[in-house]
Design a protein around this ligand. Structure first.
Ligand SMILES: NC(=O)c1ccc[n+]([C@@H]2O[C@H](COP(=O)([O-])OP(=O)(O)OC[C@H]3O[C@@H](n4cnc5c(N)ncnc54)[C@H](OP(=O)(O)O)[C@@H]3O)[C@@H](O)[C@H]2O)c1
Length: 264
């Protein structure tokens, strides 16, 4: 909402409209009569989704269907935020938009099923897959690392998962451009370049000028309830073809850290 200028933008919280409530969703959409709806709301606790699959599917898949149905009813376009976790992570080169979905976690399945349902219901919707989001004002990986690094002499960080960190500000700009050009279909939008969580943490600690040691560990050593893809880099081919280039994740991290400093 901060990035979008020149148009009227209505932001809705989960209290204003729980996307599981189809009737309420339709009401708020009919009230606002938007040209575009950006659906970023989701149950995003990837480990929580494993123990609460019903909630996960109700919000991430069925809630998305409710929003798409309302969008269709008022003739609004829809951008749906999806995830690199729809892939299994077995590739070693960037995932293309047409690569087969094969999610390994409940969260990934909710997003993959939502994509399929939305494409059926609203073939001209726009599905934006992104990954490893970070931004000022919310809980995110760089914020966690900075807080931990300030109080610990060493941090263990997973080195066998590779992806592309993405600054929410850069993703927002890409989404706004996609709306303005009436983009449809699947688009991958992440910051350029890739790294492991370990390399990401090293860059964060070094940029902050902290002396904390960052030690590489394997996913097996840091077992979590939900499996994560070992490799989930998303090819920017379609985004580029639409004329949109995303900055590198290192540049994005620099801007995030400056912004974090300014707002702290
Ligand atoms: N974070 C990542 O690395 C990442 C990667 C790939 C894709 N994505 C996708 O990008 C989008 C944004 O992710 P994020 O990490 O910014 O999410 P987030 O910080 O967890 O925010 C999700 C929002 O969804 C709202 N929400 C949850 N359940 C809802 C419901 N039933 N009805 C209405 N709103 C509901 C939450 O509201 P409350 O706080 O009030 O519950 C919260 O404001 C999501 O669709 C996510 O799946 C994220």
């Amino acid at each position: 909402m901060r990035e979008w200028s020149g148009d009227t933008v209505t932001g809705l919280t989960s209290r204003a409209a729980d996307i599981r409530d189809a009737k309420r969703v339709l009401e708020v959409v009919q009230e606002a009569r938007p040209e575009w709806i950006v659906l970023a709301a989701a149950y995003t606790d990837v480990d929580g989704c494993e123990s609460k699959p019903e909630l996960a599917f109700a919000v991430n898949r069925d809630g998305a269907v409710n929003v798409a149905a309302a969008a269709k009813q008022v003739g609004a376009g829809l951008v749906f935020l999806s995830s690199d976790y729809v892939f299994d992570g077995t590739k070693t080169t960037p995932y293309e938009i047409g690569d087969a979905r094969n999610p390994q976690s409940v969260y990934g399945r909710t997003k993959a099923e939502a994509e399929l349902r939305l494409l059926e219901l609203m073939p001209d919707c726009c599905i934006v897959r992104t990954s490893w989001l970070f931004g000022v004002g919310g809980k995110c990986f760089p914020d966690t690392i900075l807080k931990l690094a300030a109080s610990r002499p060493a941090l263990d960080v997973v080195e066998d998962q590779r992806g592309s960190p993405t600054y929410a500000e850069d993703l927002s700009r890409a989404i706004i451009q996609l709306c303005r050009m009436n983009a449809t279909g699947i688009v991958h939008a992440t910051n350029a370049g890739d790294c492991s969580w370990f390399e990401f943490a090293e860059e964060i600690v070094s940029r902050a000028g902290l002396g904390t040691a960052v030690r590489p560990v394997s996913s097996r050593q840091m077992a979590r309830p939900a499996p994560r893809p070992a490799y989930s880099v998303l090819s920017p081919g379609r985004l580029r073809a639409l004329g949109i280039e995303m900055p590198s994740w290192r540049d994005a991290l620099r801007r995030y850290m400056e912004q974090r400093e300014r707002t702290s």
